[in-house]
Design a protein around this ligand. Structure first.
Ligand SMILES: [Zn+2]
Length: 481
């Protein structure tokens, strides 16, 4: 049997740990595939198998990126010229829109065709506005259209293609490229958007860095390169679903064709095909909202190996050693303070500690009698947090402390692991804890607010990338992938 999927170009499968890995979030909507199912390299530690224990949820744009102010200047000031995209020779990427769901509704903004790759290929024509509802069954997939057509397949793929350059629409969201629907586990199906890399980025970059001013385009270009590098490094990363990346913050948030932005579009075009490499392979281009004055080395915050281009760096201009002179100092999360009552801390420890402690926790945990940062990394972040209870003393490593001390206002993870603690006790028990901290995010790689600050100061995309990923090289994706 020859399917469309079988026909795609084979690519090297490799460790998928890469930029944005740590943005994996519990509660992402795609069910069983929302975790790292592939990486057997051992680098991911608990993060692969237990989202709650290893990987901070960090929807960057939603949790601290600057407000998505509309671009300044005249309308269209940052818009690429018509036809600019046509000149690109784009490489396809497979984006999982829905994995193991019961059903999906697909239409298009124009006429489209359906080709069934199951045994002999069969083609059906759909008119503009015609809606096809696909349902997973125990025997495969059934589909019916609002125009009275139907199909069934036990295995293989249905490929939906627009007749002219027009968006396909999946559950109400418009996407460039083509759509594939195929059976997953009994009673479920998977929906994939097969789209060119640059078209994919048009739906990703605005969500990662917001709609920016033309004056900030060099930072947006840096973001485009980082996001493209992430996608390149993720090739084959979701092999269990037969796609490369998910459309959620589990990989990079992909919002489709209706959220494209002219400045982001221009940034993508001006960097088209460029990724960052190290030793000839796509680099791990982690990025985060706000470093707070100094970025973190990867091995400081996660139990991962040291990488020369992911080291701790001052995020500063002239007086680089002073955190308050940092490029990201205008971030609303540059400094922050949060406070918990003793009862709130006790609830957090009981609820979170078993998942984040470096050693097994004895139950019942008992009363909280102490909380202290006993060791700091060179960048100033908490390396070990010690929790003392009446049942024992436990330690929490690096960025995992953010999953212990959830924010009292939102219940989300703490903004960063760079904080000082003020702990008040009474009668031998903790009754109040205050954290005064800096930054938002894990701190590794590119500081997005810092990149924006550098762009506003006149620094180029290349300078920004060289600052945050020293020792990496810009390369053509087609030469690497
Ligand atoms: Zn910064």
């Amino acid at each position: 049997m020859v399917t469309a999927r079988a026909g795609r170009a084979a690519r090297t499968r490799r460790c998928r740990l890469s930029a944005g890995d740590w943005k994996r979030a519990p509660g992402a909507t795609l069910g069983a595939l929302v975790f790292c199912v592939l990486c057997a390299c051992g680098m991911c530690l608990g993060g692969c198998s237990a989202i709650g224990s290893g990987r901070p949820a960090e929807p960057l744009a939603a949790s601290g990126m600057p407000a998505t102010a509309r671009p300044e200047g005249p309308p269209g000031a940052g818009r690429p010229p018509d036809g600019a995209w046509d000149a690109l020779t784009d490489q396809p990427i497979r984006v999982g829109l829905a994995a193991s769901v019961e059903s999906v509704v697909v239409s298009a903004r124009g006429a489209f065709s359906l080709t069934v790759y199951s045994g002999a290929a069969r083609r059906l024509q759909a008119s503009s506005g015609e809606e096809w509802t696909f349902v997973g069954t125990d025997a495969g997939i059934t589909a019916r259209s609002s125009g009275g057509q139907s199909l069934e397949l036990a295995q293989g793929t249905v490929r939906l293609r627009p007749e002219a350059p027009a968006a396909m629409v999946v559950n109400g969201v418009a996407y460039r490229g083509e759509i594939e629907v195929y059976p997953a586990a009994p009673g479920s199906l998977t929906v994939v958007n097969v789209v060119g890399m640059e078209a994919y980025l048009r739906g990703v970059v605005p969500g990662e860095i917001g709609a920016r001013s033309p004056a900030e385009i060099e930072a947006v270009k840096a973001q485009a390169v980082a996001a493209r590098t992430y996608a390149a490094a993720s090739s084959g990363g979701r092999a269990a679903g037969d796609f490369d990346v998910l459309a959620t913050i589990a990989d990079q948030l992909y919002q489709g064709a209706d959220f494209e932005d002219p400045v982001c579009d221009r940034a993508i075009l001006e960097t088209a095909g460029l990724i960052l490499t190290f030793a000839g392979r796509p680099a791990h281009t982690y990025f985060h909202s706000t470093c707070g004055g100094r970025t973190a080395a990867r091995h400081e915050v996660w139990e991962l190996g040291e990488l020369p281009y992911l080291r701790s760096l001052p995020d500063g201009g002239g007086r680089a050693s002073r955190p308050d002179d940092a490029w990201c100092r205008s971030s609303p999360s540059f400094t922050w303070t949060v406070s918990w009552t003793g009862d709130e801390v006790a609830r957090l420890v009981r609820g979170q500690l078993p998942a984040v402690a470096s050693t097994p926790v004895r139950e019942p945990i008992g009363d909280i009698v102490g909380l202290a940062a006993t060791e700091r990394s060179p960048s100033g972040r908490v390396r070990w947090l010690e929790v003392r209870t009446t049942s024992g003393t436990y330690r929490v490593f690096g960025d995992r402390v953010r999953r212990l001390l959830l924010r009292p206002d939102t219940g989300g993870i703490l903004r960063s692991a760079w904080f000082d603690l003020d702990v008040k006790t009474s009668g031998g028990r903790v009754v109040r804890v205050t954290a005064r901290g800096r930054g938002n995010g894990h701190g590794v790689g590119m500081c997005q607010h810092g990149a924006l600050g550098q762009a506003r100061a006149g620094r180029s995309c290349e300078e920004i990338l060289a600052h945050y990923y020293p020792g990496t090289a810009l390369a053509r994706l087609r030469d690497v992938w």
